[in-house]
Design a protein around this ligand. Structure first.
Ligand SMILES: Cc1c2[nH]c(c1CCC(=O)O)Cc1[nH]c(c(CCC(=O)O)c1C)Cc1[nH]c(c(CCC(=O)O)c1C)Cc1[nH]c(c(C)c1CCC(=O)O)C2
Length: 342
């Protein structure tokens, strides 16, 4: 039996699309909040393999999703390279900033990351033993540009201003940081695959703020390098790329990078993505996560609309971005019913 997610990634059109959800292990679930309280804080949860595996399994038990995504965070990699990382309650991540050649020189190299990240690999090993046979295990990392935006600013920013400023002022240092992240991401993801991850997803959450040649150089090209290196080491590995809010640049992204699937945010319509993106590859997406807060008949109709729009080709049902903490867990069940019963 081939798993439904792997069939979609191999290009198969299925009558009922497989389904999972970005941030499916998260604060909207009471059982997640309880395990997180046991761990103490978010980073302790990421580095405790038994508890990280437990929260990964919670949405699988509750909803029977077709895929589980490793519980970790894209900012563990900069921490493994030597950046300080902490989370301010209610505000989000904080990091020591990397904005000069001297800062870059203080970071470790691509082969120095594994000791710090070994608990993540252990989480993957536990999950590959404990997941149901039909469930696919997805590993992930942030794409170099997105991770760099946090390292340069030391926090999340609405417009990635500090990263754009460094790119303009000191392109050599900026490019060296992107290169270090590209090389380290290859090692990190390859270790996840060796530990048992069956699919890899590359999150470029801020790809949409790169325009023109910058998009080519800092979103497309690093993704291409990471995907080529991973497929060289693990020839059958399927890879999902998520250049969020890439708009027109979604077109041809799979072909140019070698990705097997492109995840689509909800700033474009499913009908547009079916016509322009799904013709080249599997697509994943793109229900508006806000519908899981508001629910009602609109949630059911929009869910059916996404399924219908993508029904002519390979499709993995998902949201356009992560589910939010204020979403209603019952709405998730209603959405799944609308996909599977549609
Ligand atoms: C930009 C980014 C980050 N992390 C991630 C991204 C890329 C995807 C995206 O755009 O959402 C990716 C991520 N973060 C998390 C996962 C786990 C797997 C999943 O369920 O999808 C994944 C794949 C757990 C998490 N990562 C985080 C949480 C919430 C932490 C908590 O429990 O308090 C979770 C479940 C924290 C986090 N981590 C990050 C931020 C900005 C925040 C704070 C925002 C928030 O609080 O929601 C960085």
């Amino acid at each position: 039996m081939t798993k439904t997610i792997l069939k979609a990634l191999a290009g198969e059109t299925q009558a009922v699309p497989p389904i999972w959800m970005m941030r499916q292990a998260g604060r909207y679930l009471p059982e997640y909040r309880a395990t997180r309280a046991r761990a103490g804080d978010f980073l302790s949860l990421c580095y405790a393999p038994d508890l990280a595996a437990e929260v990964t399994l919670q949405p699988i038990r509750r909803y029977g999703f077709d895929a589980a995504i490793l519980f970790a965070d894209i900012l563990l990699l900069p921490q493994a390279l030597g950046a300080d990382l902490w989370f301010e309650t209610g505000e989000g991540p904080r990091l020591s900033t990397t904005t000069s050649a001297a800062d870059l020189g203080r970071l470790g190299g691509k082969d120095d990351i594994h000791e710090r990240l070994s608990p993540v690999y252990e989480t993957v090993r536990i999950l590959s033993r404990e997941l149901p046979r039909e469930t696919t295990l997805i590993g992930f990392a942030g794409a170099p540009w997105t991770v760099a935006t946090y390292m340069i600013a030391g926090r999340g920013t609405p417009d990635q201003g500090p990263a754009h400023a460094l790119k303009a002022a000191d392109r050599a240092t900026f490019s060296a940081l992107i290169d270090l992240l590209t090389e380290s991401t290859i090692e990190y993801l390859s270790a996840q695959v060796s530990a048992g991850a069956e699919v890899i997803k590359l999150f470029d959450s801020w790809a949409g703020s790169l325009k023109g040649q910058d998009f080519t150089e800092f979103a497309l090209e690093p993704a291409r390098r990471i995907i080529a290196a991973l497929k060289d080491r693990h020839p059958d590995l399927p890879i999902i790329a998520f250049p969020r809010e890439a708009g027109e640049r979604y077109i041809g992204f799979a072909h140019a990078t070698g990705a097997d699937c492109v995840a689509i945010d909800n700033s474009v319509s499913a009908e547009w993505a079916a016509e322009h993106v799904q013709k080249d590859s599997c697509v994943q997406g793109n229900l508006d996560p806000a519908l899981l807060v508001s629910g009602g008949q609109t949630l059911i109709e929009e869910t059916r609309r996404v399924v219908r729009a993508f029904s002519g080709g390979p499709h993995i049902f998902n949201l356009g971005h992560g589910i939010t903490p204020n979403a209603d867990p019952d709405n998730v069940a209603r959405m799944i019913e609308a996909v599977r019963g549609a």
